[in-house]
Ligand binder design. Structure first.
Ligand SMILES: Cc1cc2nc3c(=O)[nH]c(=O)nc-3n(C[C@H](O)[C@H](O)[C@H](O)COP(=O)(O)O)c2cc1C
Length: 171
């Protein structure tokens, strides 16, 4: 048996570079009662406007973007290594083409108005504060524009206030 407990953002002990960049996360949001999620490894956590925040970068063609646009809330779910295959799948197939949640058997739960996955070990529930597209004219290194955006599909940056953090404790 394992259960989620609420912790403060300051109590997250794991390294964010490892959590996001190496272990990845699912960004999940809901639209008209349906949940979609995608894997992300670009993003971060920090402080802005006197709030604890997360930020993520979502390309325009992601189905998840429609869900992020439709909802005021979203979640980041982090998983144990044993779910890496599922994260790979969530990051290579679109919810437009397959029911990713049904295929992986992950369980959607809700907190603070956002869907998240019960199988995760850490969940960050967020309220959208800002959404804006990367401005190519503001990219100062031309090489980055060339290599990261050959199709001009500039990411939308989402900044979310952390409203709740849930951590799983095995008992
Ligand atoms: C490890 C990994 C990290 C990814 N990180 C991002 C990311 O930060 N931003 C993004 O837009 N897409 C990222 N992707 C790609 C999306 O997860 C992928 O296109 C997904 O199929 C989109 O699903 P959707 O169409 O259901 O939203 C990543 C994929 C993988 C495998």
């Amino acid at each position: 048996m394992s259960q989620f407990y609420e912790i403060k953002p300051e109590q997250i002990e794991k390294n964010p570079f490892t959590m996001i960049g190496k272990e990845w996360m699912l960004i999940g949001a809901e639209k008209e009662g349906k949940t979609n999620a995608m894997t992300a490894s670009w993003g971060g956590v920090g402080v802005l406007w006197n709030k604890n925040v997360v930020f993520g970068f979502v390309r325009p063609q992601r189905y998840t973007k429609e869900f992020l646009e439709a909802s005021e809330r979203f979640s980041l779910t982090f998983f144990d290594e044993s779910y890496k295959k599922d994260l790979q799948y969530f990051g290579s197939v679109s919810g437009r083409d397959e029911d990713k949640i049904a295929k992986t058997g992950l369980t959607v739960d809700h907190a603070e108005g956002a869907p998240y996955f019960s199988e995760g070990n850490l969940v960050v529930l967020c309220k959208k504060l800002y959404a804006g597209t990367i401005d190519p004219d503001a990219i100062l290194i031309p090489e980055i524009d060339k290599t990261m955006y050959p199709d001009q599909d500039y990411h939308t940056v989402y900044i979310g206030e952390i409203v709740k953090v849930l951590m799983k404790v095995e008992d």
